[in-house]
Design a protein around this ligand. Structure first.
Ligand SMILES: CC(C)(COP(=O)(O)OP(=O)(O)OC[C@H]1O[C@@H](n2cnc3c(N)ncnc32)[C@H](O)[C@@H]1OP(=O)(O)O)[C@@H](O)C(=O)NCCC(=O)NCCS
Length: 145
């Protein structure tokens, strides 16, 4: 299956569920905390990859964050599918969407453990940023498109 936006209610449910199980549940955060106010904004681009059995493998999103700039958030790959190129497919889909929107830069706040993944995809660390849930250091990264 190609990367695409979720399009049916079950796909949207699977999209948010993967975001929750990878990015919130391990830190004891309640369901609902995986949602952002601008998830339903028409300017937010969602990327979703399913396997042939209908299992969610990877998710991510892009929103406009400044003049010529987009921000990627909520990148997550199912634990048993990590390291197989799925994160790359999701991020490249969002980068293609950003280029179509005439954006010239993508920024993101990467978890420390994900910094090498983003570096491999051409992003560079700009500065340390916030610490999530008191224990997950993040780094501001950027890439010129
Ligand atoms: C970070 C994450 C999205 C990456 O997705 P993934 O599917 O595992 O990564 P990919 O297999 O697409 O990796 C793409 C490239 O980055 C490299 N890479 C990925 N993680 C790496 C690491 N920790 N160190 C070095 N290289 C790494 C891969 O080797 C691959 O390189 P290649 O294309 O030359 O073979 C995924 O592992 C994940 O969901 N992690 C947990 C949640 C998280 O941290 N999300 C990001 C929040 S900011």
């Amino acid at each position: 299956m190609p990367v695409a936006a979720p399009s049916t209610p079950p796909e949207w449910a699977a999209y948010y569920h993967l975001r929750y199980t990878v990015l919130r549940q391990p830190w004891g955060q309640p369901e609902g905390t995986e949602r952002a106010d601008d998830d339903e904004a028409p300017t937010t681009t969602h990327a979703f990859l399913l396997d042939p059995d209908g299992q969610a493998l990877g998710v991510g999103r892009l929103h406009p964050s400044g003049p010529g700039q987009g921000q990627v958030r909520f990148m997550a790959v199912s634990p048993n599918a990590q390291g197989q190129g799925i994160g790359r497919q999701v991020l490249e889909y969002l980068e293609a969407a950003a280029r179509q929107q005439q954006l010239s830069e993508i920024v993101l706040h990467a978890r420390e453990q994900a910094v090498p993944f983003y570096e491999r995809l051409g992003y560079a660390v700009v500065a340390p940023s916030h610490t999530l849930f008191g224990s997950v250091p993040h780094f501001l990264m950027s890439k010129a498109l």
